[in-house]
Design a protein around this ligand. Structure first.
Ligand code: FE2
Ligand code: FE2
Length: 370
């Protein structure tokens, strides 16, 4: 008696990260086709060939999303690809066909957005002959029936959930489960994308440029580069708030800092937001954010890197005047820190602003120490 081969639905994607939209589409298609299994195939590279978020994070989140879905499996063949041969789905398909022969009957799931672009897929004629393609509808992407007919693609109806990984990456966590949200927060994933919608463009660029400089200095000085990057990226995040909102945070959470000049408050409010809204609990990162503007006499190496990166980064209007200090920071952050503070003082004097006695005291203190 002939054994019927198992029906397997293949669903490739970046899964950066996985969300309810992916699961909903795969469950609907699986039920419609009466498949035995669903294999999710995470891509190693973006469509343009660039690397995606480290696959260990994407896989960890996929495993969390698949809890309870026993017939769902993660097929990691593309992740193991060493020479970019699986950048084309056609090669993945050929590999699966060769490996499993007639053991499985494969279906391949795509979204309506991919259907509309299908003529650009490598070897699409052969590919759609190898596997039966099925397509799920997506709001905002009308189905192009002529393409569906040409490649014999089955269109699947069913409840649609509009979700995208882009939405998740920019901080909209509505369509992911709580464990994945926790994971993103705990590992500081997608920080850049999450701060972007919050800050005006100029401040976003300032934060990003500071973070890149901080990372470069940290690497050069053998200090934890990730800490320097994260602290600098978030150092001005409270500037998305109004002055009253910042004051409220200081009154409630940092009442002992109320006596400081109000320009200094935003450093504490930023540390507060980093903790509660971005899930950063690393004390060293939070301390560096808390001293990036109004420095203290207890500045660690990391604190100095974050302080200097904020003032020396290349998008600042006075960036050209601090080229030498920026270079110095790569080899001697202690001297660069003093020179950065002196530069700050000079700027204040040039602008005929009141002399910052706190800054003067700090400069003298650190000069004596050197
Ligand atoms: Fe700041
Ligand atoms: Fe800043």
């Amino acid at each position: 008696m002939l054994m019927e081969s198992k029906k397997v639905l293949l669903f490739g994607g970046s899964y950066n990260p996985i969300h309810q939209g992916h699961l909903n589409a795969a469950i609907n298609a699986c039920n419609y086709l009466k498949c035995d299994e669903v294999w999710l195939i995470p891509r190693k590279y973006n469509y343009d060939g660039s690397l995606l978020l480290d696959s260990k994070h994407r896989i960890a989140m996929m495993k969390m999303a698949l809890t309870g879905l026993d017939n769902f499996k993660i097929c990691d063949i593309e992740l193991k690809d060493k020479n970019k041969s699986f950048i084309y789905t056609y090669n993945t398909a050929k590999y699966l066909k060769r490996k499993y022969k007639d053991q499985y009957q494969f279906y391949f799931l795509i979204g309506a957005d991919q259907l509309n672009n299908i003529e650009n897929w490598y070897a699409i004629e052969q590919l759609t002959k190898m596997f039966q393609f099925v397509c799920f509808k997506r709001p905002g992407y009308p189905i192009m029936n002529d393409l569906a007919d040409k490649y014999h693609i089955t269109i699947i109806d069913g409840r649609q959930i509009e979700a995208s990984s882009t939405m998740v990456r920019s901080g909209d966590f509505d369509k992911i489960n709580d464990n994945i949200q926790k994971y993103i927060m705990e590992h500081g994933l997608y920080l850049k994308e999450r701060i972007m919608p919050r800050l005006p463009e100029r401040l976003f660029i300032h934060s990003l440029t500071s973070a890149r400089l901080a990372k470069k200095i940290a690497i050069s000085l053998h200090v934890n580069a990730n800490r320097a990057y994260v602290a600098s990226l978030l150092h001005d995040i409270s500037k998305s708030l109004t002055a009253d909102e910042i004051k409220k945070i200081i009154e409630i959470h940092y009442p002992c800092k109320l006596h400081l000049p109000d320009f200094a408050w935003h450093q504490y409010a930023s540390a507060y937001l980093a903790k509660v809204e971005f899930g950063i609990h690393d004390k060293k990162i939070l301390k560096a954010i808390e001293s990036h503007c109004y420095a203290t006499m207890k500045m660690s190496l990391l604190d100095k890197i974050v302080y200097c990166s904020d003032k020396l980064e290349e998008s600042r209007s006075f960036a050209d005047e601090v080229i030498e200090i920026r270079k110095e920071a790569l080899t001697n952050i202690h001297l660069a820190f003093i020179h950065t503070m002196e530069e700050q003082l000079r700027i204040l004097k040039n602008k005929k602003l009141p002399v910052d006695t706190h800054l003067e005291k700090l400069i003298n203190y650190y000069k004596r120490k050197e």
